[in-house]
Design a protein around this ligand. Structure first.
Ligand SMILES: [Zn+2]
Length: 238
């Protein structure tokens, strides 16, 4: 049984599981309602999240904010029972994937055509014992530039950024607690020959360097202090 780890007064996260490619999932505890970050890789990861919410005695989130379209952040969406907020580019990919058929034969075809990649393909096969369990939903609320949510005690700022990992990268900033959720946005682009585009990294740096956050939460790593994160980003472009 995996429990929440506390980041700040009202922010918790469920820790990633490397072998399964499960990402960190966030929980932001609001007075009016709570929100979660990311949709999880599958119903199995979402079940772990639901148990962690229950174990704390917290209210189940009403809204989930999706950081980007990759399977490990979205294939749990159909089990969430929340409304989901997605960027318009994430929505385009979700729409495309919602039409995919889930037989090994069709998965192999997508691998050959380059629509999917080996890394995701293998992990999806490991995760879903029954491929017919895969149901990909589109988001409920779609935005282009930015959006804010008032949780009563907290303001949550959601915005799109250019980033090397994917074109639909969404960041979530909670000013009161100085926490920034970044998804996988600092990583390489697995769907584009592992490119790590310096121009996109520079744009990402521009977009976050003035944000007053203390802790950054990445998709697949331990929480990181802003100074350390910025040093890593600058080292990529220098
Ligand atoms: Zn990703």
């Amino acid at each position: 049984m995996q429990n929440f780890k506390k980041i700040s007064e009202n922010i918790y996260y469920l820790q990633e599981i490397k072998e399964k490619d499960y990402p960190n999932m966030g929980y932001i505890k609001g007075d009016k309602f709570s929100i979660m970050i990311d949709g999880g890789a599958s119903h199995k990861q979402v079940d772990i999240f639901k148990k962690a919410v229950k174990e704390k005695g917290f209210s189940y989130p009403k809204v989930s904010v999706i950081t980007h379209w990759h399977w490990d952040h979205t294939y749990g969406m159909s089990s969430l029972l929340t409304n989901t907020i997605v960027h318009s580019k994430t929505q385009e990919k979700l729409e495309e994937m919602s039409k995919w058929s889930w037989t090994l034969e069709d998965m192999n075809k997508r691998l050959q055509s380059g629509e999917d990649i080996e890394f995701a393909h293998e992990n999806i096969l490991k995760e879903f014992d029954d491929l017919s369990d895969i149901k990909i939903l589109k988001g409920d609320i779609v935005f282009n530039d930015k959006l804010s949510i008032d949780l009563g005690n907290l303001e949550v700022e959601i915005f799109h950024t250019e980033a090397p990992h994917s074109d639909d990268s969404v960041l979530i900033f909670i000013p009161n607690e100085k926490v920034l959720f970044l998804g996988d946005c600092v990583s390489k682009d697995y769907y584009n020959n592992m490119s790590h585009d310096k121009d996109k990294i520079k744009l990402l740096i521009e977009n976050i360097k003035d944000i007053d956050f203390k802790i950054g939460i990445l998709g697949h790593n331990k929480p990181i202090e802003k100074d350390d994160l910025m040093k890593i980003l600058y080292s990529f472009v220098n």
